[in-house]
Design a protein around this ligand. Structure first.
Ligand SMILES: NC(=O)c1ccc[n+]([C@@H]2O[C@H](COP(=O)([O-])OP(=O)(O)OC[C@H]3O[C@@H](n4cnc5c(N)ncnc54)[C@H](OP(=O)(O)O)[C@@H]3O)[C@@H](O)[C@H]2O)c1
Length: 295
């Protein structure tokens, strides 16, 4: 049977429609407009695209959006003072500082300075700690998006052998912690692989679900998986340009070969990508509700 192609584009659309309705209701019943501030330092083209998409999606859903573009040579002190101002701004419920930051600024110091209640990226240690103990306010956006892709595609995670390739703080570690919780849409047996893993095939070949966040094309090939596996491809790799100068993107999975063995698989683009921004919007709505005592 051909693999089910899990469309992140479609699932993100469903969730955005649910959010649009919830945001309209918050405005009508509680006079509450969720507010998101995005902060971009420098002119990295990919970051400019990401921040632009976040701004556009906020506006389309009825979220108040404030964009702060700072020059590449902005001092850490100036950035911290902006974060402090946004922490205190009543109209702003969520703050997103686009990474990476220029080398002369400490990402750790900046991310730690964001009020955890406004940390809609879910990267603050307070929020990561709450996730680990199973009492999160916010789930980091990409890992939460991956869980929603599985749940909304009817993939059973409870009791499943899940193998994650990659242990970054923004994808691998949080998705591992989300899926091992004793909760609905989780309750899996989770193994995390990385470059120190001695025999990766031993793990991937027995996995029911494989989540690949390695940042390398073809990090997962068909010989590494069993028949009927579910594969989520998080990777985004730029491998060249089209004749029109547009970036050619591929994931971390050898999609054409792996899909012949898989029960379900996410494409790149159109898989995890659209979910990340959508979960940021969901966190911003939650932040607004928390700030006003609605949750
Ligand atoms: N679609 C989205 O919204 C979204 C969001 C975030 C990230 N991404 C993409 O997802 C990918 C991963 O991002 P990241 O930030 O998690 O990457 P990262 O910080 O570079 O981490 C990569 C991880 O993969 C491991 N790894 C690399 N090659 C491996 C291999 N051949 N076998 C086993 N493990 C391997 C590394 O192991 P070590 O720890 O041993 O070095 C590391 O833990 C990137 O392509 C990124 O662009 C997409």
């Amino acid at each position: 049977m051909p693999a089910q192609i899990i469309s992140g584009t479609e699932i993100a659309k469903q969730i955005r429609e649910e959010l649009r309705q919830e945001i309209a209701e918050l405005k009508e019943k509680h006079n509450l407009v969720p507010g998101l501030a995005t902060v971009l330092v420098g002119e990295d083209p990919a970051s400019q695209v990401y921040v632009g998409q976040k701004e556009k999606t906020s506006l389309a859903l009825g979220i108040y959006s404030e964009r702060h573009d700072l020059a590449a040579d902005t001092s850490e002190e100036k950035l911290l003072s902006l974060v402090d101002k946004l922490n205190k701004a009543p109209k702003i419920h969520g703050i997103l500082v686009q990474l990476p930051l220029p080398k002369h600024i400490s990402e750790t110091r900046v991310l730690y300075a964001i009020n955890p209640k406004k940390d809609v990226d879910g990267f603050h240690p307070v929020n990561l700690g709450k996730l680990v103990i199973g009492k999160p306010d916010y789930l980091p956006c990409t890992p939460h998006g991956i869980q929603q892709l599985l749940v909304r595609s009817g993939i059973e995670t409870s009791g499943a052998e899940v193998v994650i390739i990659g242990r970054s703080n923004i994808v691998g570690k949080p998705i591992a912690n989300i899926l091992l919780q004793k909760k609905e849409g989780a309750n899996a047996t989770v193994t995390v692989c990385h470059t120190g893993t001695r025999d990766i095939l031993l793990h991937t070949r027995r996995a029911d679900i494989i989540i690949v966040a390695a940042g390398k094309p073809k990090a997962l090939t068909a010989d590494m998986v069993k028949d009927g596996v579910v594969v989520v491809d998080v990777g985004v790799n730029r491998v060249g340009k089209t004749a029109e100068g547009k970036a050619i993107l591929v994931g971390d999975v050898d999609f054409d070969a792996v899909k012949e063995k898989a029960k379900a698989i996410t494409p790149v683009p159109g898989g995890v990508g659209p979910m990340t921004i959508t979960m940021l919007m969901l966190n911003t709505v939650k932040a607004a509700k928390m700030a006003t005592g609605l949750v």
